[in-house]
Each structure stands twice: as structure tokens, then as C-alpha cells.
Design a protein around this ligand. Structure first.
Ligand code: SF4
Length: 291
């Protein structure tokens, strides 16, 4: 793995219509490539143009760009990070750019949604608690509650047990927390026991929402990488994928409908939301310096 420092021309992407999963108006990613090395990661797909996903590109001017771009927005809306690369990969402990980005959001009173698999997020609990006075949502991706299986599937990421512990600490500090339960890998994670365990442990950790998707995506070189890892970890399983999915991009678990029924029952019984609670975007008013 190599680390390359680069200059970003622009940090914030603008969504004309807030995205359907999280209601995001703006998104940014400070890093490209990701040290968590999940075997299923969609960011390895050719369309993203990341030649070697295990190399990390650091946008070292990210804070300068964000500090310039955010105050020029006319509509306040949910700002998201973590879709293409985990904002709390190990490299963040060295660079601290995610923390400084949170400071920019806090200064301009923007609401935040971030996705992570890392308990390094607790380092910034003080800032997240203050952003929560506007709105702060932290979604932890959990695809299995089994730490040993996760160590195979997500070899560079902290264990699910550490993620649940971080979730509980954030919830106690007033941050809205939840789980992105996706992907659920066909023939590996698509069991009723796994779905039930994720929901129950999320509830124990104070989750307000669990966003499910019972399947995965596969395409071009990301599929090649995933199948190579299946050959290493689960010999013979690739054949079942090839027979069932061929060249398909969206690969639903064969029992997706049954798992969805189980999940919906659990969510209804426990009053669990299945989306991030909505944030009402509004015009930017007076901005206070809070730092
Ligand atoms: S944490 Fe997310 S971005 Fe990083 S490798 Fe895993 S799926 Fe990809």
C-alpha cells in the first residue's frame, strides 16, 4: 500500500434531489482508496477510475476547499461523507482531515451524515455531539455480527463488536446512530440468524434506524476481485454465484423476500426506523462561529 498526497479541485458534490437512501444534499470524500479492504467493496469498480484501490490518495487541500465551498451554498442540507472511502480508515489517525472537516461543518452549522466501520470515530465524539445540536447521524456498516467472519470479509476494519461499542458511546452523547446493513452477501451472510443478530445488537447499542439491503452489486474488476477472494476463502462458492447471477449487476440474495419479511417484523416490533430520520433543508441564515 502506498500513500499519495493529491490536490482536489472541488470537494462538495451537489445533489439536486436528495438521495433516496440518506437524504443527502451534498457529499464529499477526503480519501480515495480504503484501508479496510472489504472484499465486496463497490468502489473497486472501473467507473470510479481508482487504479489501485489499496493505494490511498489523500486530498491534502480538502479543508481549504471545504472552507471555501460550504459558505457559498445557498441551501442548507445534509452533508454526507463515507460513501466511497471510509473517513475513519487508519490513515485518518495520521492526517486528521476528517476531524478538521467536521470543524468546518460545525462552524457553518451544517448537518452531517457519515458512514464508517471504525471506532476511530470516537476520537471526534466532542465535535459530533456539538454538530448533533443541528443534526448528526452516524451510520455504522455491519454486514455480519460474527467477528471472525467479518475479519475475513472486511480484513482491515475494526470488528463489529467494536463498531457496536462505538455506536453506544455516540448514542449516549446525543448523536443519532444507526446501521447500514448492506451488502448482505448471498450464500454467506443471508441467514435469519445473521439478520436477527444485527438488528438486536444494533438496538442494544442505541440504534434509531437500520437500513437494509439483502444483496450485493457485482461488476467488472470489482467482481473479479470478489471472486478471487471467494476462491481463497470459500473454495467452490464462485460457481454458485456464476450460475445464479451471470453478468448481473444487482445480485439479490435468493431468500431476500423472506429476510425482508423477517426484518420488517423486527423493525415494527421494536419501533426501528428503516431510513435515516429526515432532515428538512432550508435556506442558509446567519452563520455563527462556534469554534
Ligand atoms: S469500508 Fe467501505 S469504502 Fe472501505 S473498503 Fe469497506 S466498503 Fe469499501
Amino acid at each position: 500500500m502506498a500513500i499519495h498526497e493529491i490536490q482536489a479541485k472541488q470537494m462538495l458534490s451537489h445533489h439536486t434531489t436528495p438521495d433516496s437512501w440518506f437524504g443527502l444534499k451534498y457529499t464529499f470524500n477526503i480519501y480515495r482508496g480504503c484501508q479496510h479492504r472489504c472484499i465486496y467493496c463497490d468502489s473497486r469498480s472501473a467507473c470510479y477510475g481508482i487504479e489501485d484501490f489499496d493505494d490511498i490518495l489523500v486530498k491534502v487541500n480538502a479543508i481549504e476547499r471545504l472552507s471555501d465551498e460550504l459558505p457559498r451554498k445557498r441551501v442548507r442540507g445534509l452533508v454526507g461523507t463515507g460513501s466511497m472511502s471510509d473517513p475513519y480508515g487508519p490513515i485518518e489517525a495520521q492526517y486528521g482531515l476528517t476531524r478538521r472537516a467536521l470543524e468546518v461543518l460545525l462552524r457553518h452549522r451544517y448537518p452531517l451524515h457519515l458512514i464508517t466501520k471504525s471506532d476511530l470515530v470516537l476520537r471526534d465524539l466532542d465535535l459530533l455531539a456539538r454538530i448533533a445540536e443541528t443534526a448528526a447521524y452516524v451510520s455504522f456498516t455491519v454486514t455480519t455480527s460474527d467477528d471472525a467472519l467479518a475479519a475475513q470479509l472486511e480484513p482491515g476494519a475494526p470488528s463489529p463488536t467494536r463498531r457496536y461499542a462505538a455506536m453506544a458511546a455516540l448514542a449516549r452523547a446525543g448523536v443519532t446512530v444507526g446501521v447500514t446493513m448492506m451488502p448482505i452477501l448471498p450464500f454467506i451472510e443471508d441467514t435469519e440468524e445473521n439478520v436477527t443478530a444485527i438488528v438486536e445488537r444494533a438496538l442494544d447499542a442505541g440504534a434509531r434506524y437500520v437500513i437494509p439491503w439483502f444483496g450485493m452489486t457485482l461488476r467488472d474488476r470489482q467482481r473479479d476481485y470478489y471472486y478471487a477472494q471467494l476462491d481463497r476463502l470459500f473454495p467452490g462458492l464462485r460457481r454458485r454465484y456464476e450460475q445464479r447471477y451471470g453478468e448481473a449487476y444487482e445480485c439479490a440474495c435468493p431468500n431476500a423476500a423472506r429476510l425482508r419479511g423477517l426484518f420488517d417484523g423486527l423493525a415494527a416490533r421494536h419501533g426501528l426506523l428503516t431510513r435515516v430520520p429526515p432532515y428538512e433543508a432550508g435556506p442558509v441564515g446567519e452563520q455563527l462561529s462556534l469554534l
